[in-house]
Design a protein around this ligand. Structure first.
Ligand SMILES: Cc1cc2nc3c(=O)[nH]c(=O)nc-3n(C[C@H](O)[C@H](O)[C@H](O)COP(=O)(O)O)c2cc1C
Length: 241
């Protein structure tokens, strides 16, 4: 089984999203999957021009010559893809949005009805990779991911796929850098992410237990808010000196 993660954080390897993806892929790899981690920030993926050249002029192939061609071929040859993104303005990052848009060559321009009678485009491919979503955000609550939940459900429908797991982490700014005192709590969360990676390879889904554990805060909301405000105060006072 091939699993490829596409990380849309501008911080790439230095980001909080990467902490989540790395652990998830470790677990998947332990369970026997062949895993790859693609940092979109290191790629040149220009915005879609909307020319429909990939539908008419060169069917199935984008006319823009950049890193998307290689990335799309990795995407389509995977059994599972991970869309990994930090939350930006309640949505995916710009880098991730460009990547999502540039997947349009996989579709054929004609209209067809899905099983519910709603229109979509046929796929040029027999099989689409299944989708896992991984995201983190700065605010501590889990409800900030509402837009992402709907977005990826629609993306899956439009591209003949399915979302098999969603891992969202409110209060994610403590993942990469944190005081020593909360290290054990982050460690416990990382262990859970590895378990999730293993479960996906073994059963193509997460157990109810894992899903419910993943939704729990790493530290209390008050502790997170105090820590964040102290950190910002510290950074602002350094600037003033
Ligand atoms: C431009 C921008 C927009 C953001 N928008 C949100 C937001 O809407 N909600 C939120 O909770 N956090 C928001 N954040 C915070 C990021 O989601 C958070 O810093 C996250 O940990 C970044 O992950 P990364 O280190 O993988 O890039 C935003 C950050 C930036 C830079």
């Amino acid at each position: 089984m091939k699993i490829t993660a596409f990380n849309g954080s501008p911080r790439g390897k230095n980001g909080n999203t990467h902490v989540m993806v790395e652990e998830f892929l470790k677990g998947a790899n332990d369970a026997g999957a062949d895993v790859e981690n693609v940092f979109l920030a290191e790629k040149e993926i220009k915005p879609c021009k909307g020319c429909f050249g990939c539908w008419v002029k060169t069917p199935g192939k984008c006319v823009i010559k950049d890193d998307m061609e290689g990335s799309l071929s990795k995407f389509m040859s995977s059994d599972i893809v991970v869309f990994a993104t930090p939350l930006y303005a309640d949505n995916v990052t710009g880098i991730m949005k460009n990547f999502i848009d540039r997947r349009i060559p996989i579709l054929d321009p004609h209209l067809e009805k899905d099983e519910k009678g709603e229109c979509r485009h046929p796929s040029r491919y027999e099989k689409s990779p299944k989708i896992v979503v991984i995201s983190n955000c700065g605010f501590p609550e889990q409800n900030h991911f509402e837009v992402l939940k709907l977005l990826f459900r629609r993306i899956a429908r439009n591209t003949h796929s399915e979302v098999i797991a969603e891992i969202y982490r409110g209060g994610g700014e403590i993942l990469k850098e944190h005081p020593l005192i909360i290290k054990p709590f982050v460690w416990k969360y990382k262990k859970l992410l590895r378990k999730a990676g293993r479960e996906i390879v073994e059963t193509l889904k997460l157990t109810e237990e894992t899903m419910s554990q993943l939704e729990k805060p790493i530290i209390s909301k008050e502790q997170y808010i105090n820590g964040a405000n102290n950190r910002w105060d510290g950074l602002l006072s350094i600037k003033k000196c």
